[in-house]
Write a protein that binds this ligand. Sequence first.
Ligand code: GLN
Length: 192
Amino acid sequence: MKIGVLALQGDFVEHIEMLKRAGAAGIEVRLPPDLAEIDGLIIPGGESTSIGKLAVLYDLIEPIRKLAETQPVWGTCAGAIFLSKEVHHQQPVLGLMDIVVRRNAFGRQVDSFETDLNVPALAAGAGEPRPFHAVFIRAPLIERVGADAEVLATLPDGRIVAVRERNLLATSFHPELTGDDRFHRYFLSLRR
Ligand code: GLN
């Protein structure tokens, strides 16, 4: 399986490494023709305003929207912001996923943190899956989700940090940074 990774800015190299570990090939996407012949797309973490502006500059917005009609698309951190319909901020977004996000909701860079999350959707077979170690780097919060959303993970206080809406996936944190490929495998399983 070939998965595109938007390679305009951010930690796309780490996603490509994790895809390899999960048994898929990661293809760097920089221009619209790179979107041909991929079976899904990952938008990495980084800085969402930069990713958005570069995506406008390289005419990627419409082609990515088109791709999302048939292929799974996953945004991690800045990528989740870029996927959303609404951000409390003026910046280019894809507007694909019915979520409202708040950027930098946990504070500044120094307030970045790591925590273990319970993610039932990652269960492989019977029993409770082991927790998923999640890295939050100046992360956004998913403040509201639409009617078609399946909330995959929350913090202990109930704040939403991972959600799936049909073939779209958004995580506030960075599964590409932990060495645990279960989220990447879960994403690969969304392919219809
Ligand atoms: N704070 C960044 C933004 O708003 C996201 C950070 C990240 O992707 N780790 O775009």
